[in-house]
Design a protein around this ligand. Structure first.
Ligand SMILES: [Zn+2]
Length: 319
């Protein structure tokens, strides 16, 4: 029930943090999931938290972009079957496989290497399917508390308590979602396909190339290391807030850095002075392409949430 609702409001109830944990765990542990659709939606929503507007609204299209990318990389790139209980290919899997064959796309291509019109074609396809079957059912899985949605206007509005919850526990929620997905996939895939499955799932949304972001930053005159300020010959594109927390590639979180700083920082955050340098840098970039989801307060919040998610924030470049 619930999958065919057109418009639904999230229940107007006060949610404590233990309520949120309980609903989320019930959802994740639910053994009756017969496809990966809802787990992949969970992953996409966690990735989308950086794209919500101030009222917590995000369009079906934005979400479908993440879902499509995840599925393409899982199914085509890693050859992982998402069979359902009847032993048949799931609808999304069928769509991906036939698209790849029809357009002769090399199977080792990440989704972000596909030309934009092909990406959009697939996204539209996935969106139709998710719109019809998945949003309503996911909503019911969370006791109707997680979001309001409108299938005609194609958006969801996450409840504020969930927005905070997702940010606050994103790293652990992402890990446990990946774990549940792995358990599911294990049933239907060969040992070969399952090799290094948790790494595959953890990095399934990572882009094959960050060249596009590097070119934009260079074209805005940022050619020295963001951290040590030395001119760099071999430029690295660096996620200021670690990718493992962000799980989303946005221009406003990228800086150019020298290999030494990039490597030595590893999975830590630079100390807070660098956060304010980045706020300033983004202010200069505000009119550039790909800045539409940026807000200064959002970046500052994310930094603090990353700390709350266990990331150390005391790194500074070696003198
Ligand atoms: Zn440096």
């Amino acid at each position: 029930m619930g999958w065919n609702l057109r418009v639904a409001e999230a229940k107007d109830v006060y949610l404590t943090e233990s309520d949120l944990w309980r609903f989320t765990q019930q959802f994740l542990m639910n053994a009756s999931h017969t496809t990966t659709y809802k787990h992949v939606l969970m992953k996409a929503l966690l990735e989308c938290t950086t794209e919500l507007n101030e009222s917590g609204v995000v369009s079906f299209h934005q979400i479908a972009k993440h879902v499509t990318k995840i599925y393409w990389n899982l199914i085509v790139k890693h050859g992982l079957t998402q069979m359902n209980q009847l032993g048949k290919q799931s609808a999304v899997e069928k769509a991906m496989v036939s698209f790849q064959k029809e357009h002769n796309i090399p199977p080792d291509w990440n989704f972000d290497r596909l030309p934009e019109h092909q990406q959009n074609q697939l996204i539209r396809n996935v969106n139709q399917f998710y719109k019809k079957y998945v949003y309503g059912s996911f909503y019911r899985s969370f006791n109707e508390t997680i979001y309001s949605f409108n299938r005609k206007e194609e958006w969801i509005q996450l409840v504020p308590a969930y927005v905070v919850f997702f940010e606050k526990y994103k790293h652990i929620l992402m890990n446990v979602t990946n774990y549940q997905l792995a358990i599911f996939l294990e049933k239907y895939n060969s040992q070969d396909a399952m090799e290094r499955i948790l790494s595959k799932l953890e990095f399934v949304s990572a882009r094959q190339s960050l060249e596009e972001f590097k070119q934009i930053l260079l074209s805005h005159g940022h050619s020295m290391c963001f951290y040590c300020l030395k001119p760099v010959k071999q430029i690295h594109v660096d996620h200021f807030i670690p990718w493992s927390y962000m799980q989303n590639d946005v221009l406003w979180n990228f800086v150019l850095s020298c290999p030494t700083c990039n490597t030595s920082r590893d999975n830590r955050l630079a100390n807070i002075d660098y956060l304010y340098n980045l706020v300033e840098r983004n202010h200069e970039l505000r009119t550039a392409e790909h800045m539409s989801t940026y807000k200064e307060s959002k970046l500052i919040h994310l930094y603090h949430y990353a700390v709350q998610n266990g990331y150390e924030n005391n790194w500074t470049p070696k003198a």
